[in-house]
Design a protein around this ligand. Structure first.
Ligand SMILES: [Zn+2]
Ligand SMILES: [Zn+2]
Length: 185
């Protein structure tokens, strides 16, 4: 079954989660639901960096109750990192089939982060693209060289704005709901 469970990670407005679920469902032709329980993320905080370790969050996400049989997408508002990078917009991990998880954060998708006035539609669009990208990794996709494809890599927010919220035909054909094993940002 094509089922995505969106898990609130730390404090995040439920409205963000619901709008995202509505955006994801048609793009993935999947059922998307918002999980009732949220994941507390104090354990993932790194006081030296002032950021949250996304790999640690991914591990904990998979033990959340009520998420059996679904691919998981954690949605956060805090700044995420993995040790080799300054920050990540998100991270994905493939476990055994139907036990995969991804996490994304709004933190660096907001215009305010860059000292600009808030732009909610733009932030919503960026969150949808980054969510599709990370879920794409859990469905076996790697980075795409087509800069318009949602699977192209985005080192900066400008790259996110350049790409579309769609998989290119080649990536769309490779989406594999039984994909297993792998790790990507
Ligand atoms: Zn592609
Ligand atoms: Zn990626």
């Amino acid at each position: 079954m094509k089922l995505i469970s969106l898990v609130p990670v730390g404090r995040i407005a439920r409205s963000h989660m619901e709008i995202l679920a509505e955006g994801l469902a048609p793009s993935l032709q999947a059922s998307c639901r918002v999980n009732a329980d949220r994941l507390d993320i104090d354990f993932a905080y790194d006081p030296l960096r002032g950021q949250y370790h996304s790999t640690a969050i991914l591990k904990r996400l998979r033990s959340m109750p009520g998420t059996d049989g679904a691919r998981l997408l954690g949605v956060a508002e805090v700044d995420l990192f993995i040790p080799i990078f300054t920050f990540v917009f998100g991270e994905a991990q493939l476990g055994p089939a139907n036990d995969s998880a991804a996490v994304v954060s709004l933190h660096r998708l907001r215009q305010e982060f860059y000292g600009l006035p808030a732009d909610v539609p733009l932030q919503t669009d960026r969150l949808l693209k980054e969510s599709l990208h990370e879920i794409g990794h859990t469905l076996g996709l790697r980075h795409c060289r087509d800069y318009r494809c949602v699977m192209s890599s985005s080192p900066a927010v400008e790259n996110i704005d350049l790409k579309s919220a769609q998989f290119c035909p080649a990536c769309a054909e490779r989406l594999d709901w039984s994909a297993e094993h792998g790790k990507a940002v």
